[in-house]
Design a protein around this ligand. Structure first.
Ligand code: ADP
Length: 590
């Protein structure tokens, strides 16, 4: 895989080279096999055709001897000038020719002169012609039956000549010759879709389906042969030209190849036995070549398909690897991002803590101004009261001095309260957040306000429901006490005093409402309620710190506080993040 990724060109070249090799091997193998199969078929065909031709000639082999048995012919040989006998012989030969379907039958005397012929009536009659120079005549007067193929010197038409001696007693007195027309075979072969040529012992083609090939020699003829041809006038005056320009073999000798007129043919040759002829069957080399090419194409296609499949598989696997790589990279990026988020969150938390602290300090600064204002008056009073006490003591007015000291004590207590309230808020450590049961917080707050409630005759209606919130129980108690006290203060002048303390929960938050039935919040109070030292209460009664501290505490716990007019009365709502109930599924994170 890796090396493939690194050297795709090498693999492509390798694939191409193997493709070429497979294509060539397939072509070669299939072509050779096809050639051999075709050679076997062609050999069978040419054998059949040769047998057919041979039997067609052989059936006339004994015809000259048979014809020569007729008395008229021997009589004529004895008295060649007898006109009546000539006429009888001519008629007889014409009859024989008509019955046997040969081209001509004729009688020749020992000098080679034709005495009678089947074609005696035609313009190209053999009668009177001398065939002494013909080899078949020469063989016959020597007592042999011979076969000869040539072009008729009289008629100019080709044919096979069979001649036999005619005996008078023991003596050869003449020759009977038969001419057979073989040109009909050419048409027959052509009709059968075969390309055939017949060549004689010299290799001269005398029958051919391709007319241009006739009377051309398969190989160059030596001079004596040419001279003999001229003497026997076998093919008239034709001096055969060489037919094949190149001769070779193919498919381990299964085929001979001949190149004729720039075209190469596959050739199967069949010898014609004693006729000394050979039959040549020509085939087109394109057919086996086409089979080879087709097989090579199929092989190339299959191999290309295999390569394509391999390439697809490789690409698919590479994609998979890439996908895995990118998934891994993504996972790494995500974890890096997580780490960075965590780091940033930590930074932000630290910054936030600082900000909270800074907020507190700002609030403190604001408070400091108010406190200095708030404390400077009692301090001045203390100064005066202390000075007066000294003066009273100098005058031995101990009663007045005691009064002054008592007031001083009260003022100190009051200032102590202010400082105490601030101390709780100014602590640096954050609220200890925990799961808090609101029923417990409410019980604690109610216990703290019980003396005041009892003294003022206020009724407080509560729920028995319990919810849990995230918070600091002590500070939460402080907030509730504040709200309950304010509510009781607000209803101070009313005969009927009722506070409703209710709990209400959503999935994520719990709301605690403290509702009184007092005069409600003035517009001025609503605008400045949560500011430090805002109070409408007489001096000594309220410091104006309760709601601003409550506001800060609730915010520190992640909650909210708001004030509304409920007509009648005011309604304060604390909203705190809800904590999971014990033995219950935790709520979804906020
Ligand atoms: P303090 O109680 O010391 O005045 P707080 O911050 O608790 O300080 O209250 C500020 C002011 O808000 C009170 O002086 C009062 O005017 C107004 N206030 C608070 N609670 C109520 C209430 N339930 N009804 C009417 N006014 C209220």
């Amino acid at each position: 895989m890796l090396s493939l990724r690194r050297r795709p060109l090498a693999y492509a070249l390798w694939a191409l080279a193997s493709l070429c090799a497979v294509v060539w091997l397939t072509y070669h193998g299939v072509h050779t096999t096809a050639l051999q199969t075709a050679a076997q078929q062609a050999a069978a065909t040419v054998q059949l055709q040769a047998r057919d031709l041979r039997s067609s000639v052989e059936k006339f082999e004994h015809l000259p001897s048979l014809v020569g048995a007729e008395r008229t012919l021997s009589d004529l040989l004895r008295t060649p000038e007898d006109r009546v006998l000539v006429d009888q012989a001519n008629r007889y030969l014409a009859f024989a020719k008509a019955r046997t379907d040969v081209a001509a039958v004729y009688l020749i005397d020992l000098h080679g002169r034709t005495l009678a012929a089947s074609n005696w009536e035609s313009a190209t009659s053999y009668v009177g012609q001398n065939y002494r120079f013909r080899p078949y005549f020469q063989a016959a007067i020597q007592g042999r039956t011979s076969m000869f193929y040539g072009i008729g010197v009289t008629t100019g038409t080709p044919g096979a000549f069979i001649a036999a001696p005619l005996y008078l007693g023991q003596r050869i007195a003449g020759v009977v010759a038969v001419k057979i027309d073989l040109t009909a075979f050419e048409a027959r072969w052509r009709e059968a879709g075969l390309q055939i040529a017949m060549a004689d012992a010299q290799g001269i083609v005398f029958l051919a389906t391709q007319p241009g090939w006739r009377y051309r020699s398969l190989r160059p003829l030596p001079t004596p042969v040419l001279e003999h041809l001229r003497a026997t006038r076998q093919y008239g005056n034709i001096a055969p030209l060489t037919l094949a320009s190149k001769v070779g073999t193919l498919a381990d000798g299964a085929w001979q190849t001949l190149t004729i007129d720039h075209k190469t043919y596959l050739v199967q040759t069949q010898a014609m036995g004693r006729f000394d002829w050979q039959m040549l069957l020509f085939s087109d080399p394109a057919q086996p070549r086409r089979q080879g090419i087709l097989a090579a194409e199929i092989a190339a296609l299959c191999l290309a398909l295999v390569y394509l499949t391999l390439a697809l598989v490789w690409q698919y696997r590479r994609r998979q690897v890439e996908r895995q790589d990118s998934q891994r990279a993504l996972a790494q990026a995500v974890s890096e991002l997580d780490a960075r988020i965590a780091a940033r969150t930590a930074e932000l938390t630290a910054a936030n803590d600082t900000a909270v602290q800074t907020g507190k300090l700002a609030l403190l600064g604001q408070m400091a101004a108010s406190i200095s204002h708030e404390i400077s008056q009692p301090l001045a009073a203390l100064r005066t009261l202390a000075d007066n006490a000294v003066a009273f003591l100098a005058r031995d007015d101990t009663a007045s001095a005691r009064d002054n000291l008592r007031i001083i004590g009260e003022l100190c207590t009051r200032m102590g309260h202010i400082v105490g309230e601030l101390k709780a808020f100014a602590r640096k450590e954050p609220a200890r957040l925990q799961t808090v049961s609101l029923q417990q917080v409410m019980a604690g707050a109610l216990m703290l306000v019980e003396p005041l409630r009892h003294a003022s005759g206020t009724r407080i209606a509560t729920d028995t429901l319990d919810f849990r919130v995230w918070g600091d129980p002590i500070r939460l108690e402080q907030v509730l006490v504040n709200l309950l006290r304010n509510a009781m203060d607000a209803m101070e002048t009313q005969p009927d005093r009722l506070i409703e303390l209710r709990l209400q929960a959503t999935e994520t938050h719990v709301n605690i409402t403290v509702r009184d039935h007092g005069p409600g919040l003035s517009a001025d109070a609503q605008a400045h309620l949560f500011e430090p030292f805002f109070t409408t209460k007489p001096s000594g009664k309220g410091l104006g710190l309760g709601l601003s501290l409550s506001h800060a505490i609730v915010h520190e716990m992640g909650g909210r506080i708001r004030a509304d007019n409920a007509h009648p009365g005011a309604c304060f709502t604390l909203s705190l993040p809800r904590a999971p109930e014990p033995n219950a599924d935790p709520p979804p994170p906020p």
